[in-house]
Design a protein around this ligand. Structure first.
Ligand code: HEC
Ligand code: HEC
Length: 494
């Protein structure tokens, strides 16, 4: 067997293949990503045997083998643990180092992680849309042996007992969750029950006070669903002020109530425009008022308000919290955000993806109904995950514009890394700041004090590229004629 591996390695060493993964490392990478563990010796042996049977030494001729391997790995308990951890990480929830599957209810029935874990489990197992994590009204938990049905549900989300529907045993894979140990409750039509947001863990991590009025929770919704960080000003500013006080000699015990009050009064630092965040935050927070003490059955109206990726205002009334969360899942920005999350989890945060490739992946994600399991599997089969370089025929004008914009990254993070609607918005800002409408005459960037300034030709090369519709790939303009006109219109009021 060893000999065979050596032979295979020697065979694969030379040439242009070097940048690609070999099948063994691909196996390793899949296993690590899905389960956090190495492949077993048996899995390695099996792969090698298959490769020699097919006289194949590349991933390409082993495609179906890897598809089956991914499928197999995705039904292991280790994968469900890993996925649950990833989702917890996303919600910034504290987690034990691992979440063991199968889940076992403890005697008191207060096993807090089980309902979240089961939600992730069900979403993946049944290949449901990623939306399920946010909107699910099926609440599952372990422990019928120790708890009565209603006690189980109350314990989970503290819903008034009279609203507890009849429990059904989750028909789960018996290998993963013992059949008699998981109960699911269907809260269809409930105004507030909404996936992860109405689990104990979320509601205690993002606690509430009468002054806060659901804003902390609303900010968390913006962060995980729309990738809008909403700067949790309170915690950051407060923490900083406290650290300063400590650095200047105060100790925890000598910090008077007064000092602490002062720190809190300045909680938002010197933010000028409150509406900039609270316009969006408060209408969502309003729908979360019934969540103050557990999950009540009363509805509170609110609105979904934000600016989408093209800077268009979105403003929809919502009848209740669940309704509002469902409305968020209908937004393009939500799609972008979820795909981004899955990409970063599976492929990696450090991997460069061509904006056009990301747009393709996003399109595929939408076409697949945003199904979680399927999307993860596709990402594992993507060239980006395999470390293959995806090359496109790039237009000359794009290359020229990119060379100029490269000079801006001393201060900015790369402009051209975003995609689709977001990239269009970035381009319109660049067009404005470089005054492309007037060939750069009143250019605002880079700032005057900077040592580098673009020549007129350089400004024009950015303009030319935008005039062509800002294609990233030969023959595929990003902007249509109207959009170009608007971006370069000298008459438009800024
Ligand atoms: C950058 C976005 C942002 C801006 C600007 C902003 N806020 Fe906030 N505000 C938040 C977030 C996020 C929270 C919730 C913080 C938390 O509890 O984690 C919050 C919470 C609050 C709270 C509740 C505080 C508490 O103790 O629970 C008040 C009151 C408030 N903001 C008032 C203001 C006022 C007044 C301004 C303008 C001076 C302002 N905010 C500007 C984001 C912002
Ligand atoms: C020396 C640092 C520096 C360099 C170099 C620089 N910028 Fe900026 N840029 C800034 C700062 C600071 C701001 C925020 C203040 C403002 O908007 O004027 C900014 C803002 C911008 C904005 C607005 C961002 C937004 O979200 O509203 C754009 C667009 C922009 N710059 C484009 C460019 C381009 C294009 C270049 C290169 C040709 C460039 N900048 C080079 C410092 C720089």
């Amino acid at each position: 067997m060893k000999k065979l591996i050596c032979f295979v390695l020697a065979f694969m060493m030379p040439g242009s293949f070097a940048t690609n993964l070999d099948p063994e490392n691909y196996l390793l990478k899949i296993s690590q990503r899905l389960t956090g563990k190495w492949p077993t010796p048996k899995e390695y042996n099996d792969l090698t045997a298959q490769m020699s049977r097919r006289s194949c030494s590349e991933i390409k001729c082993m495609e179906d083998y890897f598809k089956a391997y991914i499928d197999k790995k995705m039904s292991t308990p280790e994968f469900y643990s890993e996925a649950t951890l990833k989702v917890h990480e996303r919600f910034a929830l504290q987690t034990p180092y691992t979440i063991p599957f199968p889940l076992v209810a403890n005697d008191s029935g207060t096993d807090e992680s089980s309902s979240q874990a089961l939600l992730v489990y069900r979403t993946i197992k049944q290949n449901l849309p990623v939306d399920e994590l946010f909107i699910s009204q099926v609440v599952t938990r372990t422990g019928p042996k120790v708890l009565s049905d209603s006690a189980a549900a109350r314990n989970l989300i503290e819903i008034e007992s009279e609203t507890v529907p009849k429990a059904e045993v989750l028909s789960a894979d018996p290998g993963v969750i013992p059949q008699d140990a998981a109960l699911s409750f269907d809260y269809a039509g409930h105004p507030n029950v909404s996936g992860f947001f109405t689990t104990n863990k979320f509601l205690t991590r993002y606690w509430n006070t009468p002054i806060n009025n659901g804003r902390k929770r609303a900010a968390a919704v913006f962060k995980v669903m729309l990738c809008d960080p909403m700067v949790p000003a309170l915690e950051r500013v407060t923490a900083k002020a406290r650290e300063n006080a400590l650095a200047q000699g105060a100790t925890e015990s000598t910090m008077t109530t007064r000092t602490i009050e002062e720190i809190h009064r300045d909680r938002h630092g010197n933010q000028k425009d409150c509406a900039q965040c609270h316009n969006r935050l408060d209408p969502l927070a309003r729908t979360m008022r019934p969540l103050e003490l557990g999950v009540s059955k009363f509805a509170s109206r609110g609105r979904l308000r934000f600016y989408d990726a093209t800077n268009q205002p979105v403003d929809h009334p919502a009848a209740n919290f669940h309704d509002l969360i469902v409305k968020i899942t209908q937004q393009q920005k939500y799609n972008d955000c979820q795909m981004n999350w899955l990409f970063r989890w599976i492929v990696g945060k450090d991997v460069n993806v061509h904006p056009q490739r990301f747009a393709d992946l996003l399109g595929q994600f939408e076409k697949d109904g945003r199904r979680m399991k399927e999307t993860i599997a596709k990402l594992l089969l993507s060239p980006e995950f395999r470390g293959e370089t995806v090359s496109f025929r790039e237009p000359v004008s794009y290359k020229a514009a990119r060379d100029v914009l490269n000079n801006c990254y001393e201060c900015h993070s790369p402009f051209l890394k975003s995609h689709g609607a977001e990239l269009k918005l970035t381009l319109s800002k660049i067009a404005y700041k470089l005054d492309l409408a007037h060939d750069g005459q009143d250019r605002l960037m880079p700032p005057n004090y900077h040592f580098w300034a673009p020549s007129k030709e350089q400004v024009l090369s950015v303009k030319t590229w935008i005039q062509e519709g800002a294609p990233l790939i030969e023959g595929m303009p990003l902007l249509n004629g109207d959009e170009v006109m608007k971006m370069l219109d000298p008459g438009v009021a800024r």
